[in-house]
Design a protein around this ligand. Structure first.
Ligand code: PMP
Length: 358
């Protein structure tokens, strides 16, 4: 195909790497292992049935934003809702990074760098420190002058380790006036972390949250940003009008009616994460201590271990293509029986191949 009409920034970006594969036990995308329970699905479907499908939804779902804001004791007009936090990452590059700079950690969630490249921001990738630590001083240096947007996942992804809130405070204090500091809290529920204090004290700090993980709604596509209301007004301008459909809204509203279910999901995932971590520790497997719903393992041969697990019905995610993550495999915390299947597959593989870990 003649791609001469495509901007070189787009042509030069590789396609997002993801290969969907069928597997008995799917532990590759950090999703909730459980779908909404039947009564909640019924409630969502009832809300969908009551929606006016022939009418446009609200320009921006202010009602849902207000309910999400209330969970954080935050002003309703300081929340921007979109069809997944992915969409907000792109919007934040448009808001503050387009034609300016973007800062992303390396390794981290690849979409930050990808969107920065697509939109022609000058990208600075800041390597993580020893043991995948948050590289505070290097981030401080990157945002000290100039203007742009910095993406800082907390907890870190895809390593899963926590970020000390004092390090984020140091970045917020040191950032030059031209910077928007985005703290991506995709996994914050599992860590019990919350950086609304920082966003309250530093109006250029924006928090990103998703309903794809702890809320179990990856398929419905909803995420939100928490920001100073003045900044949120600008962010909502960047989002396309009507981009959250009446159907997405119905699902989001239904799950917010059941906060106890969300809390229970978080509790059971954290308990399973700790059980899985203990079982792996017992086996001498190397992994990054995680406060999320996944564990990043280090193995001698990621391709071989990935294949061996898949042959035994367990799908995990290779991360060994990312910088400084040779031998890395990411396993999502599943249901108890899924985690047991994973451990059995691991043990079977160890018996065949010797120790798969590095
Ligand atoms: N941020 C991080 C750190 C993620 O890992 C993910 C998804 N895996 C996202 C954002 C995007 O989430 P969403 O489903 O809300 O687009």
């Amino acid at each position: 195909m003649d791609a001469m009409n495509v901007r070189p920034e787009v042509r030069d970006v590789p396609a997002y790497r993801f290969e969907a594969r069928p597997a008995l036990v799917k532990l590759d995308q950090n999703e909730s292992p459980d779908d909404l329970p039947a009564p909640l699905r019924e409630a969502a479907l009832a809300r969908m049935a009551a929606a006016e499908w022939h009418r446009y939804p609200a320009l921006h779902p202010d009602g849902l934003a207000a309910r999400l804001a209330a969970r954080h004791d935050w002003p309703a007009d300081g929340v921007a809702v979109a069809g997944g936090s992915n969409v907000l990452i792109q919007a934040l590059v448009v808001l503050s990074g387009l034609g300016r700079r973007a800062v992303a950690l390396s390794p981290s969630f690849p979409l930050y760098a990808q969107q920065a490249r697509l939109l022609g921001s000058e990208l600075t990738e800041v390597p993580l420190g020893a043991d995948h630590a948050f590289p505070t001083e290097a981030v401080v240096a990157a945002v000290a002058s100039g203007a742009g947007v910095a993406f800082l996942p907390a907890p870190l992804a895809p390593t899963g380790n926590p970020v000390d809130s004092r390090d984020l405070l140091r970045v917020a204090e040191a950032a030059g006036p031209g910077w928007t500091i985005v703290i991506d809290e995709a996994y914050a529920e599992f860590a019990g972390s919350d950086h609304t204090d920082l966003a309250r004290d530093f109006p250029r700090v924006v928090l990103l949250r998703t309903l794809s993980k702890a809320f179990g709604l990856a398929g419905a596509r909803l995420g939100y940003a928490i920001a100073n209301p003045a900044l949120a007004v600008e962010l909502r301008k960047v989002l396309l009008p009507f981009s959250v459909s009446a159907l997405q809204l119905a699902v989001g509203e239904a799950v917010l009616d059941a906060p106890a279910w969300i809390d229970e999901r978080v509790r059971s995932t954290v308990a399973e994460r700790e059980r899985l971590a203990a079982a792996l520790r017992e086996r001498g497997v190397r992994f990054v201590p995680s406060v999320t719903n996944f564990l990043l393992l280090s193995v001698a041969d990621a391709a071989e271990t990935h294949r061996g697990l898949l042959e035994r019905g367990v799908l995990v995610r290779r991360q060994d293509h990312l910088p400084a993550l040779a031998g890395a495999l990411r396993v999502t915390v599943g249901r108890r029986e899924e985690n047991d299947t994973f451990l059995r597959a691991w043990d079977a593989l160890t018996r065949v191949n010797g120790e798969p870990h590095a």
